[in-house]
Design a protein around this ligand. Structure first.
Ligand code: GAR
Length: 197
């Protein structure tokens, strides 16, 4: 079973959805590690509760991004992680991680990319008054939410919807779409790996 590392910075509801998929036997990978950049993030308690190892690596402990990401790579190697799943990880991935895990990093974003990349995608959508927004799962490249799109799902914004209401609708979609899409990618990935006798 391919080992995954989930990267998260916040509450970790998507981390939980992926772990729940693993627990009910529908995830085609194993969550082997949580990588978090914030010691106060709620997601750390979730990992503990689920018995999943976690590492907190703080950017402020490193002079350069290369050192920060190399420290993460060292942990990924130690835990034999082959595939990286960003789930509310609010940092740009740099060349050190990108080179080592080329084509093996995915992200979820709460908008229909290329609309509303970056921070507070839901707020951006509400400010523009769009009637349809959604969720995108995409491969990660060096840009901000710019990599090739893998899956998208629309979410409608109704008259009178609050910010929290839209966020809840989006997260309900994310919690189904992300584990499903991870499975699709892992299935393709497995087919591409040559079988040696
Ligand atoms: C999710 O809605 C995810 O799409 C978003 O952060 C939230 C994390 O929630 N990611 C981004 O905005 C990335 N640019 P969670 O911590 O409850 O999973």
């Amino acid at each position: 079973m391919i080992k995954l590392a989930v990267f998260a910075s916040g509450s970790g509801s998507n981390f939980q959805a992926i772990v729940d998929a693993q627990k009910n036997g529908t995830l085609l990978g194993e969550v082997a590690l949580l990588v978090c950049n914030k010691p106060s993030a709620k997601v750390i308690a979730r990992a503990k509760r689920e018995g999943i190892p976690s590492v907190v690596v703080q950017p402020s402990d490193y002079a350069f991004k290369t050192g920060y990401e190399q420290a993460i790579v060292d942990k990924l190697v130690e835990y034999e992680c082959e595939f990286l799943v960003l789930a509310g990880y609010m940092r740009l991935i740099g060349p050190t991680l990108l080179k080592r895990y080329e084509g093996k990093i995915v992200n979820i974003h709460p908008s229909l990319l290329p609309s509303f990349p970056g921070l507070d995608a839901i707020g951006q959508a509400l400010d523009k008054g769009v009637k349809v927004t959604g969720v995108t799962v995409h491969f990660v490249d060096s840009g901000m939410d710019t990599g090739p799109i893998i899956a998208q799902k629309a979410v409608t914004i109704e008259e009178g919807d609050t910010r929290q209401g839209v966020q809840e609708k989006i997260q309900r979609v994310e919690h189904i779409l992300y584990p499903q899409t991870i499975n699709e990618i892992l299935t393709k990935h497995a087919k591409e790996v040559p079988i040696h006798e």
